[in-house]
Design a protein around this ligand. Structure first.
Ligand code: IMP
Ligand code: MG
Length: 180
């Protein structure tokens, strides 16, 4: 285990098994649809790669980068689109692929921006959900894991841009971000 990690929340094996289940569920739900999986960079890149390979359907992928955080551990409430999707989504069945749903600020804003482009449908798939932290009325249609209020890293998720390449999801030692 990495020296800055206090404990492992989800091992590689656990992540793999749950992503396979999500992929099977999405495969069943999207048969015959025009699925576009939209990865919200950067935190979702590893989840996106594994999830799309677990979906046994024709689909296209697209990428969008947003930022609301800076180097802290809670949302600033300001959402900025740093890179937009490359292709139009009108008439498509859009599946937004997120790493974690926390305050809900990011997806509350993004869902409205994307809905205005008239996709046939919009759903959200998030690897993790922290419902206790929600300040905006938004929920995900597919949730990998519901977790308590802790700051997690790995499997794409960062703290100050580090730890994204850890193959598991872990909790960072508070000392790393200046806590006790
Ligand atoms: P929200 O806008 O507060 O829902 O935050 C969503 C975004 O904040 C996620 O896409 C992550 O990039 C980031 N985030 C929220 N909680 C965590 C965490 O525990 N670890 C790493 N990133 C997080
Ligand atoms: Mg993110």
């Amino acid at each position: 285990m990495h020296q800055d990690i206090e404990s492992i929340l989800f091992s590689e094996e656990t992540l793999k098994a749950r992503v396979a289940q999500l992929g099977a569920q999405i495969t069943a739900d999207y048969r015959g649809k025009d699925l576009v999986a939209a990865c919200i960079l950067r935190g979702s890149y590893i989840f996106m790669a594994d999830l799309t390979r677990a979906i046994d359907l024709p689909l296209t992928v697209d990428f969008m980068a947003v930022s609301s955080y800076g180097a802290g551990t809670s949302s600033s409430g300001q959402v900025e689109i740093r890179k937009d999707l490359s292709d139009p989504i009108e008439g498509k069945d859009l599946l937004i692929v997120e790493d974690i749903l926390d305050s809900g600020n990011t997806l509350f804003y993004l869902r409205d921006v994307l809905a205005a482009r008239k996709p046939a449908s919009i759903k959200i798939c998030t690897l993790m959900d922290k419902p206790d932290r929600r300040t905006k009325p938004i929920h995900a249609d597919y949730v990998g894991f519901t977790i308590p209020d802790a700051f997690v890293v790995g499997y794409g998720l960062d703290y100050a841009e580090k730890y994204r390449n850890l193959p598991y999801v872990g909790i960072v030692k508070p000392s790393v971000y200046g806590g006790a």
